[in-house]
Design a protein around this ligand. Sequence first.
Ligand SMILES: Cc1ncc(COP(=O)(O)O)c(C=O)c1O
Length: 345
Amino acid sequence: MRWIAQFIGYPDDCGGVLVSGGNMANFVCFLVARAAKADWDVRTRGAGSDAGRRLRVYGSAEMHTWIQKGADMSGIGTDAIRWIPTGADLRMDVDALRRQIVSDIAAGELPFMVVGTAGSVSTGAIDRLREISALCREHNMWFHVDGAYGGFAAALPVAPDDLRVLNLADSVAVDPDKWLYAPLEAGCALVRDVEALRAAFAYHPPYYHFAQHALNYVDLGPQNSRGFRALKVWLQMKHVGAAGYRAMIAEDIRLSQMMAAAVDRHPELELFTQALSIATFRYVPADLRATIGEAATEAHLDAPQSRVGGPTAARRRGVRLECGARGSLCAARVHRELPHDRKRC
Ligand SMILES: Cc1ncc(COP(=O)(O)O)c(C=O)c1O
């Protein structure tokens, strides 16, 4: 856990727990935030309308769907989520975020958490984490970063400025089974204040009455029985090393940039975005180029969505291109594979 924190520039005296993946890592952080910021004992009294003020959580319109499961399972309900619009760059509009928080406070509600996304699932967009952190401090809110996909790119010397400030977050979720190339399942929740993590999960019935200061993961997350996930992550770290991971992540990004450049040169492809290791683009037949933006052309270009059943994957020389179709939009996310993956092919 300490190694992961150091690798992404997070304080290495943080608390943390390995869980199944990104959803669970984010959910753990979400529950810590809820317990820390509700101004009543939310673990005992719950989050129902008679328990306290209405809790509100904020994130961009590009935020991953884990937040819906989290809001639902925690009992605050999905209506508590404020989906903040993004700009053309698909990053959260921080002015709109500020306006929504101010308006919710005026309505007597309790804004408790902002989720900044560090590498969105669809396009790799990275929110303005520095600005969001300042806003959270101003309003005494929990600042969480969902870096399930993109967080490990913070280790690169050329990381975008917003990825360099993960240390400002109260909690961060990263997924070793994504950009540390670990086999499923391996997600990681890091929380700056280990006592906040403990305060969100610990119960001490007589049969779990361990010494208060021992590190018992049963106190730090929803699972009691748990597998030894750390072993595979640690072994791979020993094998690849920090420099190796940096080189592999940088190469994935370089491949995606090369792909975007190739798409941009192609007369029948239209590039939309390129960030981290994701490039998005669509196919536009040459005879429709001149009418892009017109309703009939856009409808025609969107039609393939109804015919493409879901994500398709193509594998080429150890590089996996994950292609999802949204309208005629393709998203290619590049991961390099380690030998254990290739065996499964
Ligand atoms: C940004 C982000 N958050 C959360 C998740 C959920 O991760 P998992 O599928 O491991 O639960 C993903 C998955 O791709 C993701 O990209």
